[in-house]
Structure formats: structure tokens, C-alpha cells
Design a protein around this ligand. Sequence first.
Ligand code: C2E
Ligand code: CA
Ligand code: CA
Length: 398
Amino acid sequence: MSKLFIVDDDPFTCDLLEAIAKPLFLNIETFQSSRLFSKVKINDDDIILLDLMMPNMDGIEVIRFLAKSNATATLVLISGYDRGVLHSAEALAQDHGLRVAKHFTKPIPTTELISLLSTLFDQNINNEVKLPGKVKPNSATFIPDKDDLQQALKNNQFIINFQPQILMKTADIFGAEVLVRWQHPEHGLISPDKFIPLAERSGQMGQLTEEIIYLAIEQSMKWQNMGKATKLSINISAQNITSLQLPEQLKKLVKLHHLDPAMFMLEVTESTLMNNITTSLDILTRLRLKGFQLSIDDFGTGFSSLSQLHKIPFTELKIDQSFVSNMLDDHDSRAIVETCIMLGHKLNMNVVAEGIENQATWDILLEAGCDIAQGYFIAKPMSASEFTDWEYGNTSSR
Ligand code: C2E
Ligand code: CA
Ligand code: CA
């Protein structure tokens, strides 16, 4: 049976929260001191209403303590402070692998809290907590290792999917992002999050990217022979931009297949750049000189300075999807998206928003002047033949 913990130094708020929760929870424990709370044993299906601002041990310290004791309970954060503090605390909790169901600023919106608590309660009863955050380990989950990856490379088990990118003003197709998947004979289709980090750790990213580029070039040639020119965006990892020969090698490969480098956009994340800024700068600048397009991916999540950004000749800025997907309900995310669009345009870049999942988000982005759209609202990543059909359906319906 899940238990509700209320941790708030303010007795009035404690009373209020207790009154709200009483009809739902049999088991409620209230702590006006976070020190005392930190002595309690927490179970995975417990729910903690946590005030961030407390004397002695503040909410952030409580989060650190929960993380240390490997607690996977669900957190609801409360603060009398501005949303900025709540955001940072939520991000910190998630970095520690804790689940944050929601955050509230005081005064607490009572009806919203009641509906949240009853949802959480139902989910726990059904024993299937569907909240974002920590994924509980599942023994059925396949955890690949270095040898599995090597085997998969050898047996050509990697395939690529294509997710359309649309020019917002005209709704014409701009191109597609190439996204790798592992077609495993026993475990089925495995998503990149499960093996890219491994490939990066084990030094296999060079080989894997080579395979992906090869597959992309192969498909690009097929489409070119069908009279279609589809721009392809390819993700590049930090490990891929360590070899100073990369620009020449890529150019040779593309030329060999009679393709134009301008048809390829190389997506690099901010964190990739931070690894070795001088080498990255050298390689990326020469890639651009050889005619490839360059995109800065997941923009807004890294910590690259604007002066570094300005040094690299990016042609495209891709706003991180976390901002895009939150922009409807969250003012700060929306402000970040709008600022990224302005910044990109000032620096002469095309701006892409990814993670668009609904019409309302599309409308705001269009109005804000965003150039290119990508997301489930337009289409999910798909195979080459599905992409061709989709493209056909899309152009013939206009
Ligand atoms: P990314 O580069 O940010 O790619 C976008 C991810 O967001 C893709 O996930 C895509 O399927 C997903 N996505 C697109 N639209 C939406 C949407 O509207 N809503 C939501 N919730 N998600 C959306 P995917 O394919 O699972 O890839 C995850 C990450 O794995 C990629 O993030 C990228 O970092 C990495 N990755 C994928 N393919 C490659 C690759 O070929 N090479 C490298 N180096 N990394 C790759
Ligand atoms: Ca990407
Ligand atoms: Ca991205």
C-alpha cells in the first residue's frame, strides 16, 4: 500500500495538504522537519510532497539524500519561490534518477493537486507507474555489450529510419533525419538509446557511424535514380570528429557515388563540440568548406558559449525537443524557443524545431518564424519505402 509523505516546515500548509490527501490515502505521515524525514524508510510506491524551502535541510538536500538511498518514490515538488527554482530542482531530481510527477508554486492549486494525487494513487494501485523518470530494470530487457555490437555490425543488423522535416511556410518536404535502429534477430527492433551510449563508451562509434553513412548514401543514390532529391541529416558523435581526415574521406565517399555533399546535413550536438573545441572547429570548418551542411543539434541543452557557436559555420540550428514539447504549458520553454529562433536567424541559420506533437505547437512555431518542423505531428521515423509512400501521399494531396 503506498504511503504519502508530506514534508513542509509550514504547519498551515501541512494541515491543508493533509486535508486534501485524507480522502485518498490511508497512510499519511507529515514531517515539519526534513532532518526527521531523512531518517524514514521509503518504499518504491510511496509519494512524497516535498517543500523545497525549509530550514536546516532544504528540499535540494532531501533530493540528494533520496538519490543516495536509491529511493524510487514519486516526488511532487512545492515551492513558494518562482518557477525557476522548481525547474532546477526537478532537473536535479531527474538527473539523480528520481521521478518527479509535477511541481507546484504556492499557493497550491487545490483541485489540480487533488486530481494529481488521485491519479498517482490509482497508478500505484494498478502497480504500473507510468510517470517519466526512472525506468525500473526489467529482467526481460536485453542489455547488449561490446561483443553483441560487434556481432551486429558484422551481420548487418543495423537499419536506418527516416523522419521527415517540413518547411513550415509552404509545407514542402525539406528532407529527413536518418535515425539508426538495431534489427535484432531475437530481441526485435532496438532503439538507439539502448546502444549508442554503449558504442560511444566502447569506442565502436566510428564503425557504427561509418555503417550509417554507408546506408544513408546507398538510399540517397536509390532516391536520386528515381529522380528524387532528399536532403538527409545524419547524426555525428564526438568520437567521429577526432580524425582530421574525416572531411576528405567523406567528400571522397560522396563523390564516388556521384552525390552532392550539399544533400547531407551533419548534426552535431553542443556537448560533442565541448570535447575538443580546437579539433572540432578544424574538422567542422573543413566539412563546411567541402560543401556539407552543418546543424547544431539539441540546441539549448549544452553549455557552449555563443562565441564558440559563432566560430563554427553552422547552417542550421535545431532547438532541443524538450523545449518544444513543453512550450504550450511552460512560459520559460516558450521564451527559450522564441529566443533560439531569433538567434538562429541573426546568425543566418535555418531553425528547426523537433518534437512537435500537435497542431497548437505547430501554430505557435509558425508564428514565431520557425523555418523547419519535425515531430510525430508530421510523421514518425519510418523505413525508406514508407517514406517514399508518405512523401508521395503528401505531395499528391496538395
Ligand atoms: P535526436 O538526434 O535528438 O533524434 C530525435 C529523436 O526524437 C528520435 O528518437 C526521434 O524518433 C524522436 N522524435 C522525433 N519526433 C518526436 C516527437 O514528436 N515526440 C517525441 N517524443 N520524440 C520524437 P530516436 O530515433 O529514438 O533517437 C534517439 C537519439 O539517439 C537521437 O536523438 C540521437 O541522439 C541518437 N541517434 C539516433 N540515430 C543515430 C545515429 O544514426 N547516429 C548517432 N550518432 N546517434 C543517433
Ligand atoms: Ca539529431
Ligand atoms: Ca535532437
